[in-house]
Design a protein around this ligand. Structure first.
Ligand code: GDP
Ligand code: MG
Length: 453
């Protein structure tokens, strides 16, 4: 996915304006890329339609170059489908908060129960796990192990005893029905003043009426504040059917994507979010208790695009460039007026405003070239450049050619730098000036007055 999109965007990046044909070509690539990432077909269709419409609208203008704007639209649309902002857990006004887990067998529910308990405990909650999966002989034992690791009690059914932290022998006959266990578990939590109850339930390898009925009955019995649908991110195109079946059969309030540590391309996330309209709340990223994080729609969007934190980057760029200054500069260049050291300084300062941009660029696979360019713009270096330019006389600034050896020495002294630093600055300025002249000739200047990067 990433390579193809990166090259699509690269093509866009080198152009000054976007034609409808450009946009259609891009949309086609995005469509292909999303299908490759196993995003469901109807979701892809709707998504690309929305991107195309926005890209064709006048929105593609302003302080950024049009290509960046298209990247931004793609990202925004992805984030929008993925649920916009991160949604926190809903806690009950009157404890205990009941969280029920549902999903296919092997999706990662039991593992998640431990992770969630661990995280909640770390926030000062007193969770208890309830073993309402009585389908597999080992399920209760597995949950007990998970609970012990997380350092939280487990409510599990076994003969004559439903007290906490008792590890039922794996071969003991399990008694009670899952619905009863779930109900008792919540009552138990209320009695012992546990403020969160996490109910683990059974899954099947495929969607199954009996399973769905059981999950639905458990839901009715414990009236959960959250029903989290756990889905393996590697599930691919099946994501849509599975999610729909659980949405219809049990209904859920949020989604947890598991096994995101694998090489899942994230298509499932987009499909599930779009088809069910439920927010993705957490991501499971491994087998350890701590391999668990709050789901960030924006990061997932980037993962799907595999372009790192493009959105953040673009937002920073938007903030950093002073539109007025940029316009003045563009007008100046367009009018054929020469680019001076003072203009150069303004550019440098704008780059400095971009702050951690370089660090972010390091995360972007397709942006090595841009990073190299920015590598020259170390923040401290901008400080030095400022000092040097400020140590020049106005005449020197307007006409740097007059800066001879003795002027150089004076400027170096005044700015606390060396004559070498001044030579380097002047060289760099000259090449920037050359670039600006070329752009003035070719008309190839971005609307922000900066050379297209
Ligand atoms: P359940 O049937 O839904 O309860 O699924 P389990 O919690 O038992 O998990 C099934 C398998 O997937 C186990 O071997 C887990 O260790 C593994 N697993 C669960 N979550 C993750 C995850 O986020 N990443 C990886 N790599 N493995 C996971
Ligand atoms: Mg399980």
């Amino acid at each position: 996915l990433s390579d193809r999109l990166t090259s699509t965007f690269k093509n866009l990046r080198t152009r000054g304006r976007l034609s409808e044909a450009d946009i259609d070509a891009t949309v086609r690539e995005i469509r292909r890329a999303l299908l490759d990432a196993d995003v469901a077909v109807p979701v892809v269709r709707e998504f690309t339609g929305a991107v195309r419409e926005r890209a064709l609208s006048s929105e593609v203008s302003g302080a950024l170059n049009p290509a960046q704007q298209v990247v931004k639209i793609v990202n925004e649309e992805l984030v929008d489908i993925l649920g916009g902002a991160t949604r926190p857990l809903t806690l009950a006004k009157t404890p205990p908060t009941v969280i029920m887990l549902a999903g296919l067998q092997g999706a990662g529910k039991t593992t998640l129960a431990g992770k969630l308990a661990h995280a909640l405990k770390g926030q000062g909650h007193t969770p208890v796990l309830v073993a309402a999966d009585l389908q597999r002989p080992n399920a209760v034992t597995q949950l007990s192990v998970v609970a012990e690791r997380a350092g939280v009690p487990v409510f599990a059914p076994h003969p004559g005893n439903t007290s906490e932290a008792d590890d039922p022998a794996a071969d003991a006959p399990l008694i009670g029905d899952p619905v009863g266990v779930a109900r008792d578990g919540v009552a138990y939590a209320r009695d012992r003043q546990h403020d969160v109850v996490i109910v683990d339930t059974a899954g099947r390898l495929g969607i199954d009426e009996v399973l769905m009925q059981q999950a639905s009955d458990i839901r009715a019995a414990v009236n959960p504040d959250e029903v989290l649908f756990v889905i393996d991110a590697m599930i691919g195109q099946d994501a849509v059917n599975t999610a729909k079946a659980f949405a219809d059969g049990v209904d859920f309030t949020g989604v947890v994507l598991s096994k995101l540590d694998g090489d899942a391309r994230g298509g499932a996330a987009l499909s599930v979010a779009k088809v069910t309209g439920r927010p993705i709340m957490f991501a499971s990223t491994g087998e350890k208790l701590t391999d668990f994080e709050v789901f960030h729609p924006d990061r997932m969007a980037s993962r799907i695009l595999d372009m790192g934190d493009v959105l953040t980057l673009i937002e920073q760029a938007e903030k950093a460039f002073d539109a007025d200054e940029a316009e003045k500069m563009a007008a100046k260049v367009a009018s054929g007026q020469d680019f001076t050291l003072a203009d150069f300084l303004v550019q440098m300062q704008q780059l400095k405003n971009m702050g951690s941009m370089k660090k972010m660029l390091g995360m972007l696979p397709g942006m090595a070239q841009m990073r190299d360019q920015l590598d020259q713009f170390d923040e401290r270096e901008v400080g030095r450049i400022e000092a040097i330019i400020h140590s020049m006389t106005p005449t020197e600034r307007d006409n740097p050619k007059i800066i001879n050896g003795s002027r150089r020495a004076r400027i170096a002294k005044g700015s606390g730098t060396t004559t070498t630093a001044i030579n380097q600055l002047l060289e760099r300025f000259e090449s920037a000036q050359k670039m600006m002249r070329q752009m003035a000739k070719g008309g190839g200047i971005g609307p922000n007055g900066m050379p297209a990067m």
